[in-house]
Design a protein around this ligand. Structure first.
Ligand SMILES: O=C(O)C(=O)C[C@]1(C(=O)O)C=C[C@@H](O)C=C1
Length: 357
């Protein structure tokens, strides 16, 4: 056995030495890019370029390594190279261990400064003030719908959406002992409790459900109290030393949350982009239909349409619309100019590369 392994491991050692040398060659070039950018005060993080690099990795990947695995590695390579230019600070809905933190790493890799915030409002405030260069906030969940606080804040903020990330949300039921013995309450964020309600009704109909600020907070509480179980990601469970009672308890096995990245940067076109808008029209029959007509006229596809009652201002509803394409694409530019002239309220939230998954 050992005799057969030795030459293979020697090969791996030799390849690793080459990989390391190539990684450092790449890192030196990235440092040069950093110097060029510093001269012109150009932004270090270029989401459209990173999206193109990662799409190129999948296109050129000869295997047997999977495309997603190759992209994960290259995301971290770019993250490490970017950190040599400048380490980007990213605010997110904390504490550490939340799906928001996972979204940060999925977009930026691990060579970033994560800044956990107590609320979505705080993420916007920190990013607007420049304490963080970017903020990552949840915008919609596949089973529970829109995250209304984010939609309201997007309406008011001067920040621009510069990217999106979709995360598969798998919830686990966990406790200090890894069992439900002696457990009298199950804690989680209200969204997570809602996403697991059918499963909970079936398995633990008589255990109290308690909504707390975040799933990570639930995990922290469970780590302190054997009468409390938490619904959270297993990453959060590991962080707080919890045992798993049941995995994958969310009612929808394909449950996903989409996050957006907000900041002061408007990315250029990447070749596969999305544009997010907010619109309002006077409340009269056919107004919404007329409002959206320019999209069909210019062949622009709408990928999302969400209405939100206005709590302030003149209009009854705001419409959150996502379309395919970048504001700089001619068809999108024309469609938006016509849309703007029909709308009573019009705001482009940003144009950004579509997420990889
Ligand atoms: O191409 C750039 O602008 C770089 O700074 C290099 C690089 C990379 O490592 O490939 C790093 C950071 C940017 O976000 C994009 C790409």
């Amino acid at each position: 056995m050992t005799d057969k392994l030795k030459p293979l491991r020697d090969q791996i050692d030799a390849i690793d030495a080459q990989i390391l040398s190539l990684l450092n060659q790449r890192a030196k070039v990235a440092q040069e890019v950093g110097h060029v950018k510093a001269e012109t005060n150009a932004p270090v993080f270029r989401p459209e370029r990173e999206a193109q690099v990662l799409r190129g990795v999948a296109e050129r990947n000869p295997g047997p390594m999977g495309d997603t695995e190759a992209q994960t590695i290259f995301r971290e390579i770019m993250s490490a190279c970017r950190a040599l230019e400048k380490r980007v600070t990213v605010a997110y809905l904390g504490p550490a261990g939340t799906f928001s933190e996972q979204a940060v790493y999925q977009q930026f890799g691990h060579a970033v400064e994560g800044m956990p915030c107590a609320s979505i409002d705080e993420v916007f405030r920190a990013t607007e003030a420049g304490t963080a260069e970017f903020g990552v906030v949840p915008v919609e969940n596949s089973s529970e719908g829109a995250i209304n606080r984010t939609l309201d804040l997007l309406l008011q903020t001067p920040l621009i959406i510069s990217g999106e990330v979709a995360i598969a949300v798998h919830h686990s039921l966990m406790s200090k002992t890894g069992t439900m013995d002696g457990v009298t309450a199950i804690c989680a964020h209200s969204q997570a409790l809602a996403q697991c309600q059918v499963w909970l009704n079936e398995h633990f109909p008589h255990v109290e459900r308690r909504a707390v600020a975040s799933n990570a907070e639930a995990a922290r509480l469970a780590s302190l109290d054997p009468t409390v179980a938490a619904i959270a990601s297993e990453i959060a469970g590991t962080q707080y030393n919890l045992g798993v009672v049941n995995s994958h308890i969310q009612d929808d096995p394909h449950n996903r949350t989409r996050f957006v990245i907000v900041g002061h940067l408007q990315p250029g076109p990447s070749g596969s982009d999305r544009t997010s808008l907010v619109l309002a029209v006077p409340n009269k029959a056919g107004a919404v239909y007329q409002l959206l007509a320019p999209l069909a006229k210019h062949g622009v596809s709408m990928t999302r349409f969400e209405s939100r009652p206005a709590r302030v201002g003149t209009w009854e509803y705001y419409f959150y619309v996502d379309i395919e394409g970048h504001v700089q694409n001619p068809a999108v530019t024309q469609a938006l100019a016509e849309l703007k002239s029909n709308a009573a309220f019009f705001k482009v939230l940003g144009s950004y590369p579509t997420s990889l998954n």
